[in-house]
Ligand binder design. Structure first.
Ligand code: SF4
Ligand code: SF4
Length: 227
């Protein structure tokens, strides 16, 4: 059974309005975003399904989805939305949140994402061969590496694959920006989580206090409270 979570929906709605200036309540499920998405065939949830899940507070599912990590950021969905919702912006922002919250992501998606980001952080650009080596080592799945071997000869012939990576000018700066952005995102998510827990504890304490009051009054009056 699916349980909707109004509190979670409201929390992330406000967060996305502030950070991406996109209000997920505007989505009326026309499906235009999904119809134009070139990567939807590999997603576990289509873009419009993700929007719907965010509307009803099923945020954990979105944060731990393959789709979030596999989105190409091509912006087709945002361009096609008749409600001007920046779906790609929402996905990108949630992806940062998922990384900062160290969410579990299925299959090898997290390994791929880590290999991509750490290679760019190290070299200031994307040396494909180094990234793929890092990815295959991370997956510990030689079958996958063997399956993709056939791609190497045509890529080398066409000059698309360099075996020795070169650092880009300004790579140190890229690395510094990457690390700082990740640290800031982690600190922000941690602070928000702590604030939410504190608010929940306060609300729970206030609830038990008000529930205890009638019992205390009844006890003082020598009678019982029934519910
Ligand atoms: S195109 Fe816009 S309104 Fe239509 S389903 Fe996608 S997000 Fe919702
Ligand atoms: S930005 Fe992502 S979700 Fe949107 S159309 Fe492109 S791949 Fe699909």
């Amino acid at each position: 059974m699916i349980r909707y979570n109004a509190e979670e929906a409201a929390f992330y709605r406000e967060k996305l309005v502030k950070r991406v200036r996109a209000d997920i309540r505007d989505c009326y499920q026309c499906g235009n975003c999904s119809a134009g998405c070139p990567a939807a065939f590999a997603f576990d949830y289509t873009p419009n399904q993700m929007m719907r899940m965010l509307q009803v507070g099923l945020v954990d599912r979105v944060l731990e989805s393959r789709a979030l990590q596999l989105c190409l950021q091509c912006l087709t969905c945002s361009a096609r939305c008749p409600r001007n919702i920046d779906i790609a912006g929402i996905i990108e922002d949630l992806k940062t949140i998922a990384v900062a919250q160290e969410r579990d992501v299925p299959e090898h998606v997290k390994t791929f994402n880590n290999a991509f980001l750490s290679t760019v952080a190290q070299f200031g650009r994307l040396p494909e061969f180094s990234m793929m080596v890092l990815f295959y080592v991370g997956t510990m799945n030689p079958k996958m590496a063997l399956r993709d071997m056939g791609l190497i000869p045509p890529m080398v012939t066409k000059g698309k694959l360099k075996f020795v990576p070169k650092r880009a000018k300004g790579a140190d700066e890229v690395s510094r920006i990457y690390k700082k952005a990740l640290e800031q995102a982690k600190a922000r998510e941690k602070a928000e989580l702590a604030a939410r827990r504190a608010a929940a504890a306060r609300a729970s304490a206030a609830g038990s206090h008000s529930a205890a009051q009638p019992a205390a009054v009844a006890a003082a009056a020598g009678s019982e409270v029934t519910s």
